[in-house]
Design a protein around this ligand. Structure first.
Ligand SMILES: Cc1cc2nc3c(=O)[nH]c(=O)nc-3n(C[C@H](O)[C@H](O)[C@H](O)COP(=O)(O)OP(=O)(O)OC[C@H]3O[C@@H](n4cnc5c(N)ncnc54)[C@H](O)[C@@H]3O)c2cc1C
Length: 422
């Protein structure tokens, strides 16, 4: 089924135009090719040769579609025009992402694959001209891959102050020691942006222990990838456990100033949370369409599923979940765009609400599809796992609930109250 997009009354015509062009592209070029793009080599019982032919066909099709995305002027919407992107502003991007996410894996075909996209945005903001030439441009043209290495197995990822990986200055170099895990894209990455505590014995680069991001090429001696961590029953993944053992990189690989690491991570995660939620909304939209499509055509016990009240309940509850998740996310995106002082509360609220709503909608869609719902023939099982991860990645739900409650209580304690009208 194609995504149904028409102009939103009252919305900036530029945003409506981007939504329209993106939807046309998704409907014409990506949805009809999803099988070839992502699943053709996964069919059970294929010989090794057929599997390889399927893999090559997927790669060729992806490259062709990327070229068409470029021709259509839709490549890298998150990057400024001077770096070959569309230069979209925050709201334009948020509204584009919900359309893109409708199609499985479409973001990668538009040059916005995580974690490369987040790393590229951080390099645009904090990188020196030399760092941009060396790391950003190859990321954009797809000749390099990257990872973001922050979480550690021995310290709580939900409390970034607990990070222990240390970078000690030795002349013109940092010497990094630490243990990270869940560094996504770790197998293919050419460089990692590593979150460290910087210690400069000379004192030139500030007080010791300040959070700092450092660019580390993955072929540097001492970058030891221990394993791709198996998740959800798979024996491996590209989320890597990595030991940094006496890794020496030049001090000029410092990204931004020493001590700016935490702010850079917040820049990435703050806006990123709104984008992730818009992606979730796009996926919920797809799951919803799939669920209704099946309800209209599947006969059980002498009637179509659409006529069973349990299923009608699923449809109604999912409609409410998609609508509320979408409207809350757009409201948060508008607050970001307008510099609203309550934006952090709004972002934390969607960070908790949207993945849970996404989870519920996909869960119902799977139920309606029965066994097919958990098969690889449909995108639902992958969506289900993604929704589960989103409840703990980018700050677990509990941390965001605490932050929301603190902001709200503070408002009342200072004699004011919450204004839901804004
Ligand atoms: C698939 C996947 C990909 C990832 N990719 C990356 C990546 O590319 N780079 C990277 O650096 N990291 C990545 N992560 C790591 C992710 O960001 C962390 O798992 C997350 O931040 C939580 O940290 P933690 O696992 O250390 O959990 P912990 O910090 O140990 O928290 C465990 C649980 O404790 C609870 N909790 C925490 N604080 C409180 C509190 N104050 N009150 C009550 N309960 C609380 C929450 O339920 C939380 O889920 C990825 C994770 C996954 C699963």
């Amino acid at each position: 089924m194609a995504i149904n997009v028409t102009p939103i009354p009252g919305l900036d015509p530029g945003i409506n135009d981007i939504r329209h062009r993106t939807a046309e592209f998704i409907n014409a070029e990506i949805l009809p090719n999803e099988e070839i793009l992502w699943r053709s080599q996964q069919v059970a019982g294929l010989s090794e040769d057929d599997r390889e032919t399927g893999r090559m066909r997927s790669i060729e099709t992806r490259e062709k579609i990327k070229a068409k995305v470029n021709e259509a002027g839709l490549w890298a919407p998150h990057l400024p025009k001077e770096y070959g992107g569309m230069g979209l502003d925050f709201l334009e991007l948020a509204y584009m992402y919900e359309i893109l996410a409708y199609a499985v894996g479409a973001a990668t075909l538009f040059g916005i694959a995580a974690p490369n996209s987040g790393n590229a945005s951080v390099l645009v903001k904090y990188g020196t001209e030399e760092q941009k030439r060396k790391w950003l441009l190859p990321l954009i043209d797809g000749t390099m891959e990257s990872g973001f290495s922050m979480t550690e197995p021995d310290h709580a990822g939900s409390d970034p102050r607990s990070i222990a990986t240390e970078a000690v200055r030795d002349g013109d170099h940092w010497v990094i020691n630490g243990h990270k895990w869940f560094t996504s894209n770790g197998i293919d990455a050419n460089f990692f942006i590593v979150m460290c505590r910087a210690n400069d014995p000379t004192g030139e680069l500030g007080a010791p222990g300040r959070m700092t991001q450092i660019i580390v090429p993955t072929d540097t001696k001492g970058v030891n990838i221990v394993r791709g961590i198996g998740i959800f029953g798979h024996s491996t993944s590209d989320h890597c456990e990595i030991k940094y053992e006496d890794v020496r990189v030049p001090v000029e690989n410092t990204l931004g100033q020493v001590g700016e690491g935490h702010q850079a991570a917040q820049d990435r995660l703050g806006a990123g949370r709104v984008y992730h939620c818009m992606n979730s909304v796009g996926q919920m939209w797809r799951a919803f369409d799939l669920m209704v499509e099946r309800a209209l055509s599947r006969e059980v016990h002498g009637g179509l599923l659409k006529d069973k009240q349990f299923i009608q309940g699923f449809i109604a509850e999912s409609y409410m979940d998609v609508q509320s998740a979408r409207l809350m996310t757009i409201n948060a995106a508008e607050k970001v765009a307008n510099g609203d002082p309550d934006v952090r509360t709004a972002i934390s609220a969607i960070k908790v609400f949207v993945p849970a709503a996404y989870h519920r909608v996909v869960d119902r869609a799977i139920q309606v599809w029965g066994g097919a719902g958990v098969s690889n023939d449909l995108p639902l099982s992958q969506m289900y796992l993604t929704a589960r991860v989103l409840r703990l990645a980018d700050g677990p739900d509990e941390v965001h609930k605490i932050l929301m409650a603190k902001n709200i209580l503070h408002r009342y304690e200072s004699g004011d109250s919450w204004n839901f009208g804004n």
